[in-house]
Design a protein around this ligand. Structure first.
Ligand code: DSN
Length: 417
C-alpha cells in the first residue's frame, strides 16, 4: 500500500485479532473467501433497484450476484422472500419500520436493559424518536421473558408491531408464544435474529418462520459472513392482504438506502454457501457446547450468570458483588488480549456506561477451534481476573495462558495482507 500509515494500522489490527481471545458474542472471524469478495472492484458499481430493474447500466453480473445471494438466503432460512441489500442490522430494522408503519405508530419492543437493541426503541435512537414504543422486560426473579407480562402489555398498548430479539438475552426466544400474542392484537411480528442466525440455520435454536412475518439479521455474527444486514419475510402481508415482500423491498430501496454495496452482497452469497455446509452445523453445535461450558465454569468460580445459564452463544455475568467497575474489568482484560464488553444486567442499578455485567460469548473462539475444555479454561481466566483484580502475578499468568491458547488455536495464519 502507498498509504503506509493505514497499511500499518490494518496490519496491527489483524495482529490484534490473531493474538487475542475474542469473547464479544457479536464478533467473529469471516473466512478468507468472504474477506476477499469485500475487497473487489464490485465496490465501484452503482446498482440502485433490484435484479432486472436497475436505474444504471452495466449491471449484468451484479444482477446475477444479487439473484444468487437472494436464492441462497431464501433456501438457507426457508424464507419466501429475501432482501440482501441492507447495509447493516440497524438499516434492516429501519427499513422494516418504514415499510410497515407510519411515524408515531406503536411498537412493542424488548427493553434494551433486559437484552434488546438500540433500534428497538431506545429514546436516543431514530426508532424511539420516530415511533411510539412500549417495552417488555424480564421477570426480576427468573430473569426470563414473562409471557403473561408481554401479553398484558400488548393487550393494553395495542401495538402495530411486536419485536422478538436478543443482544444479551441468553435464553431461547419462543417465537410461537410471541406469535400467539401478536395475533391477539393483530400486530406484525418481527424477529431480529442478528445474534442467533447461525444457531437458527443449524436448528440449534427454534426457527422464527412461520411465526414471524418479517425476520431481520446481520450477516457477521454467528453467521460468520461480511458486515451487513438481511431481511427475510413472508410473501403475503397477512394483516392487510397485500404483498409484504414488495413493501419490504420498497422500504429498503428507495425508502431507506440508495445504491447497494455489491461487494458485500457477493460476500453475503459466499457466506450463505458456507452456512449450507455440514461443517457449519457442527460449528454451531460447538458454539452452544462451549457457551454452556463457560457458564458452568463461571458458576463454579462463584460468579453469577444472569438467568442461571445459557441456551445460546452468550451469557451475561453479574460482577456487582466484586466491588470493581465493569469498565475497569473490560479495560484490564483488553491489556491481556481478552476482549469482552460490559453490559447491563436486568434491573441494573448502575448506568449503561458502567453497568454491573460483562457479556461473554463463544462464537469467535469456537471459530478458532476451541472445544468445551478450552472454553471453560478461558472462562476460568476471566473469573480469576475478576476475583483477583489488580494482582500482578495473576495478570502475568493469564497473559501467558492467552499466548499459549492463541498459538494452539491459530486464526488467519496464512492470511496475507
Ligand atoms: N452491537 C451489536 C452487539 O454487540 O450485540 C448489536 O448490534
Amino acid at each position: 500500500m502507498k498509504d503506509e500509515k493505514i497499511q500499518d494500522l490494518i496490519q496491527k489490527e489483524i495482529s490484534r485479532q490473531r493474538d487475542g481471545l475474542v469473547l464479544i458474542p457479536s464478533e467473529n472471524y469471516a473466512s478468507p473467501e468472504v474477506l476477499a469478495a469485500m475487497g473487489t472492484p464490485l465496490s465501484n458499481k452503482y446498482s440502485e433497484g433490484y435484479p432486472g430493474k436497475r436505474y444504471y447500466g452495466g449491471n449484468k453480473f451484479i444482477d446475477e450476484i444479487e439473484a444468487l445471494a437472494v436464492e441462497r438466503a431464501k433456501k438457507l432460512f426457508n424464507a419466501e422472500h429475501a432482501n440482501v441489500q441492507p447495509h447493516s442490522g440497524s438499516q434492516a430494522n429501519a427499513a422494516v419500520y418504514l415499510a410497515l408503519l407510519k411515524p408515531g405508530d406503536k411498537i412493542l419492543g424488548f427493553d434494551l436493559k433486559a437484552g434488546g437493541h438500540l433500534t428497538h426503541g431506545s429514546p436516543v435512537n431514530f426508532s424511539g424518536l420516530t415511533y411510539n414504543f412500549a417495552f417488555y422486560g424480564v421477570n426480576p426473579k427468573t430473569e426470563l421473558i414473562d409471557f403473561s407480562e408481554v401479553e398484558k402489555i400488548a393487550l393494553e398498548f395495542k401495538p402495530k408491531l411486536i419485536i422478538v430479539s436478543t443482544t444479551s438475552y441468553s435464553r431461547i426466544l419462543d417465537f410461537a408464544k410471541f406469535s400467539a400474542i401478536a395475533k391477539k392484537v393483530n400486530a406484525y411480528l418481527l424477529g431480529d435474529i442478528a445474534h442467533i442466525a447461525g444457531l437458527v440455520i443449524a436448528a440449534e435454536h427454534p426457527h422464527p418462520f412461520p411465526f414471524c412475518d418479517v425476520v431481520t439479521t446481520t450477516t457477521h455474527k454467528t453467521l460468520r459472513g461480511p458486515r451487513g444486514g438481511l431481511i427475510l419475510c413472508k410473501e403475503k402481508d397477512e394483516i392487510t392482504g397485500g404483498s409484504l415482500a414488495q413493501k419490504i423491498d420498497k422500504g429498503v430501496f428507495p425508502g431507506l438506502q440508495g445504491g447497494p454495496m455489491d461487494h458485500i452482497i457477493a460476500a453475503k452469497a459466499i457466506c450463505f454457501l458456507e452456512a449450507m455446509q455440514p461443517a457449519f452445523k457442527k460449528y454451531q453445535r460447538q458454539i452452544i457446547l462451549n457457551a454452556r461450558a463457560m457458564a458452568e465454569e463461571f458458576k463454579k468460580q462463584g460468579i453469577r450468570v444472569v438467568s442461571g445459564g445459557t441456551d445460546n452463544h452468550l451469557m451475561v455475568i453479574d460482577i456487582s458483588s466484586f466491588g470493581v467497575e465493569s469498565k475497569k474489568i473490560q479495560d484490564g482484560l483488553n491489556e491481556l488480549n481478552i476482549y469482552v464488553n460490559r453490559n447491563t444486567i436486568p434491573n441494573d442499578s448502575k448506568p449503561p456506561y458502567n453497568p454491573s455485567g460483562i457479556r461473554v460469548g463463544s462464537p469467535a473462539i469456537t471459530t478458532r477451534g476451541l472445544k468445551e475444555k478450552d472454553a471453560a479454561l478461558v472462562a476460568g481466566l476471566v473469573a480469576e481476573f475478576i476475583k483477583n483484580f489488580g494482582d500482578k502475578n495473576v495478570k502475568i499468568k493469564i497473559k501467558q495462558e492467552v499466548q499459549r491458547l492463541v498459538k494452539k488455536f491459530p486464526i488467519y495464519n496464512n492470511f496475507k495482507w
